[in-house]
Design a binder for this molecule. Structure first.
Ligand code: FAD
Length: 312
């Protein structure tokens, strides 16, 4: 019923983690019409559907996914003045460079994030260097998986918050396209900022290994415990910023470099759990649970995961 759909496609081939068993069905959506046809078939046959972008924030189970994985490849982008309409599958980093070439500022923070798409960044309100995806969003066009109806969400209706949006909360909406509003700036200045961010990423992130970026959301908390403040004076600075780096909590819990199977908590950045080559999802999950347990015991803080889990 859907000739372009493939069977038993390994998700390790479609994720930055290089981990994940087979999706029973796999479909690449290159346009809205194709996407709707695939979703109609899935609906008629009662097959569960999971949409992915670049797979750079996902951990698929070693058993894979017993449904249809739709890879969002709708990537047409049109610039108009200081605005752009971008397909959900447009590469985020590429878009940052295209905008920079036009003297448009707003996505510099995303340059160099491998394989991330606009749709994925909207879903999890991706952010870096104190700038969020939502800062550039004007509105979002999304398709309801159940009704197959399109709706345009104003920025307010997107309900963006820390690493969150209505698309993450509801799960039944697929982002199709987004209108972005940039700020006009000097091209050289934008490119200089990009270079600075890239250099920070190169030095501070374990980019030589497969990963899905930061595993945990940095908690928005204020540490009031006097003993903790005395033991870790760094908390005073974090309290001022209103956010505690999860990597700091994991490092101070003595887990830098901790390995389970072929998965490892990076010594360079403890919020990254890297795949040294042959890690499976079970290894990563074991490290996640260990980090959560140790941080809870040491600091009384629950670390919430940022990466998305599929097929567990
Ligand atoms: C080296 C590295 C560095 C990173 N640095 C950062 C960083 O600085 N800041 C940051 O925030 N993140 C970072 N990430 C994580 C990741 O790149 C971002 O979260 C990115 O926005 C995910 O986009 P994606 O297209 O890969 O989404 P995917 O991983 O494919 O999907 C993530 C979630 O979004 C959903 N989704 C994807 N597309 C759609 C769509 N069209 N409609 C509805 N839902 C959709 C999926 O269902 C899934 O739940 C990094 C990752 C890596 C590997």
């Amino acid at each position: 019923m859907l000739p372009e759909a493939q069977r038993n496609v390994l998700m390790k081939e479609h994720t930055s983690y290089k981990i994940g068993g087979p999706a029973k069905y796999f479909f690449i959506a290159r346009d809205k019409e194709g996407l709707i046809s695939a979703l109609e078939v899935a609906k008629d046959l009662n097959i569960p559907v999971y949409a992915i972008g670049g797979g750079s924030n996902i951990l698929f189970s070693d058993k894979g996914y017993k449904g249809l994985v739709v890879k969002m490849n709708i990537d047409d982008t049109i610039f108009n003045g200081n605005m752009a309409k971008a397909g959900a599958g447009a590469g985020l980093s590429k878009l940052a460079y295209l905008a920079a070439d036009k003297g448009l500022s707003g996505l510099e923070w995303s340059a160099g994030i491998p394989s991330a798409t606009v749709g994925g960044a909207i879903y999890g309100n991706a952010q870096a260097f104190d700038v969020k995806m939502s800062d550039t969003v004007k509105n979002v066009e999304a398709l309801n998986l159940k009704t197959l109806k399109m709706k345009t969400f104003s920025k307010k209706q997107c309900q963006f918050s820390l690493k969150n949006s209505i698309f993450k909360k509801k799960k039944n909406l697929v982002v199709i396209s987004v209108i972005l509003e940039f700020t006009k700036k000097d091209k050289k200045e934008i490119k200089k900022t990009i270079e600075q961010f890239l250099s920070y990423r190169k030095k501070g992130h374990p980019l030589k290994f497969f990963s899905a970026g930061s595993v945990f959301i940095n908690p928005e908390l204020e540490i009031k415990d006097k003993k903790l403040l005395e033991k870790y004076p760094e908390f005073l600075k974090f309290n001022e910023a209103g956010i505690i780096p999860a990597g700091f909590l994991i490092q101070k819990s003595g887990l830098a470099g901790k390995k389970i199977g072929d998965a490892k908590i990076s010594e360079l950045h403890c919020n990254f759990i890297v795949n040294l080559g042959r890690a499976n999802a079970k290894d990563v999950i074991s490290l996640i649970k260990l980090a959560q347990k140790k941080v809870k015991n040491n600091f009384g803080i629950h670390l919430e995961t940022e990466i998305q889990f599929v097929g567990f």
